[in-house]
Design a protein around this ligand. Structure first.
Ligand code: FAD
Ligand code: FES
Length: 504
């Protein structure tokens, strides 16, 4: 079964025509995922003339269409760890940003009449092993100390280790991300905003208080301000990229009879944790959506095993789970100090950036939009300094871990000296790709189903790491900062802007 996300199979994806002539506006937003569309909405609602551009033909069709859309105010890296990193007061403010995001989504659904299956429900953090019990206890204390609503639960829908209790977080949320994005598209356009797909940002400059955005096809946009919401930033080569790393995560989904699984968000406490939710499906069934099995992007090829583990885990805990109808994966960017980078771009006056969402890009994207919108309107959210993209991480422990993670980049550059994954392209089967050494170059070679070979340089066009084949999504992944390329070398995911170069 190939990768396909329930959300776009269910709701489809909106398309918009490319920008064809030069344009002028108050705000240009690059990227139409949850972060970009949310900031476009806030500005349009404030009366600003907004243009959104996206590389893809579709709107919200990249990571936002591959999420699982838990709207959690609990932090997946845990508040006790965040408190160690930034202190209690800042952790309290971060929690405030997440509560503000869920409230904002609920309010926008109400104000704009968006039917996005938004629901308030409990979240449950469940220790998976004995070793997690003390972790969960620390989390309870941390949540209490920052004023987050948390309770002990003696029972959970998935087994608890002996002596373990789960943590219940009331008032979390869930929704259908693409129905929500469709609602934002309507709300922005109703206020005169313009949205363009197939419009690739290639360059920008800021002078005389105006920002110019150049697009690949030629037209430019001049605006009072620009927001880069491309998931991994395209406007910056390294500064922010050295403070986050890309991780790939996997999802399966299948039907369960309504009532057979409790309607709540469930997370276990493993490091690559499982995350579970329901989505209503007609009158009698729900879709059980289960995620997990994360790894550093570009560093695994055993996707079938990972998806099989996920299914095994699900069937062992939810016996009513039917056939697997959807399997997909996506990428999240893990910031060094657990919080996104959202606000004024370092060194700029009228350019803003949002990135580093960890596994919480739905809430972080919306909180980031509130934060950036306040800055655009000359105000400041209480959590603005906390999310400031120029901040220096405070925690020695997280910095130590992060230095180890950057070793992955160094390892990647060493691959320039090693042989190929196969000694000849003849070894590559139809539908598969592999790296081949040819002289001093490494070639990303893909064999189409009809047997023809597509060859590109394996050098990522962002800053030169070597891409790796992803057999499940059939694309090239860059382990360094998250770029992804189609088998023919064209870009799927930022920060790369240009395709993989021709092999000759
Ligand atoms: C499997 C999975 C499960 C997840 N589960 C959750 C969850 O339960 N809860 C939660 O809160 N978060 C979750 N997340 C995280 C969340 O989905 C993402 O963080 C979020 O969708 C990112 O949104 P975004 O707007 O930043 O990026 P995107 O949706 O990727 O949007 C960025 C846009 O920028 C465009 N772009 C890139 N380069 C250019 C360019 N050069 N020119 C023009 N446009 C460009 C892209 O085409 C894209 O459309 C999950 C993620 C995954 C993968
Ligand atoms: S994403 Fe930065 S080098 Fe590939």
């Amino acid at each position: 079964m190939t990768s396909s996300s329930f959300w776009y199979e269910d709701a489809g994806l909106e398309q918009r025509p490319p920008l064809q002539v030069d344009a002028d506006c108050d705000l240009v937003v690059v990227g139409s995922g949850i972060a970009g569309m949310s900031v476009a909405y806030e500005a349009a609602r404030f009366g600003w003339n907004v243009i959104v551009i996206d590389r893809a033909e579709t709107i919200g069709g990249v990571m936002t269409s591959r999420t699982t859309a838990h709207l959690a105010t609990e932090l997946d890296d845990y508040y006790h760890i965040l408190i160690d990193a930034v202190g209690e007061e800042d952790a309290r403010l971060y929690h405030e940003s997440q509560v503000a995001a869920v409230n904002r989504i609920e309010a926008i659904c109400g104000d704009e009449g968006i039917e996005a299956d938004f629901k308030r429900l409990d979240g449950l953090l469940v220790p998976a092993e004995l070793a997690h019990i003390s972790e969960v206890e620390k989390e309870y204390d941390a949540c209490r100390s920052i004023g987050a609503d948390v309770q002990w639960a003696e029972e959970a829908p998935i087994p608890l280790p002996d002596g373990g209790r789960a943590l219940r977080f009331p008032n979390q949320g869930r929704f259908h991300p693409l129905k929500y994005v469709r609602g934002l598209i309507g709300a922005v356009e109703a206020r005169g905003g313009k949205i363009h797909g197939s419009t690739v940002y290639v360059d920008h400059r800021e002078d005389s208080g105006r920002v110019t955005i150049d697009t690949e096809a030629g037209p430019s946009i001049i605006a009072k301000a620009a927001v880069f919401a491309t998931n991994s930033p395209v406007n910056d080569k390294l500064a922010i990229h050295t403070k986050q790393k890309p991780m790939r995560t996997y999802v399966i989904a299948g039907p369960v009879p309504r009532g057979s699984v409790e309607d709540m968000l469930i997370w276990d406490a493993l490091e690559a944790y499982h995350y579970v939710r329901l989505q209503p499906l007609g009158d009698a069934e729900d879709l059980l959506i289960v995620g997990g099995e994360d790894h550093r992007s570009g560093e695994a090829t055993d996707m079938d095993d990972r998806l099989a583990h996920l299914e095994h885990w699900t069937r062992a805990r939810f016996p009513s789970f039917g056939e697997v109808r959807y399997r997909w994966s996506g990428q999240v960017l893990e910031p060094v100090d657990y919080m996104p980078y959202s606000g004024r771009n370092p060194g700029n006056r009228n350019i803003y950036v949002h990135t580093g969402d960890s596994g919480q890009g739905m809430t972080n994207g919306v909180a980031g939009a509130l934060n950036i919108a306040a800055l655009l309107f000359g105000q400041k959210a209480r959590f603005a300094d906390l999310l400031d993209p120029s901040r220096k991480p405070k925690a020695a422990t997280s910095l130590g871990d992060f230095a180890m993670d950057r070793a992955a980049d160094v390892k990647n550059f060493r691959e320039y000296l090693t042989g190929g994954e196969v000694s000849s392209v003849d070894e590559i089967k139809p539908g598969q790709g592999a790296i081949v050494r040819r002289g001093i170059s490494k070639i990303a070679a893909y064999r189409k189903e009809d047997g023809t070979l597509v060859e590109r340089l394996a050098t990522c066009t962002h800053v030169g790491c070597l891409v790796h084949w992803n057999p499940f999504e059939t694309c090239w992944d860059c382990p360094c900062h998250g770029s992804q390329f189609q088998p023919d070398g064209s870009v799927i995911n930022a920060p790369a802007i240009k395709p993989l170069a021709a092999a000759d």
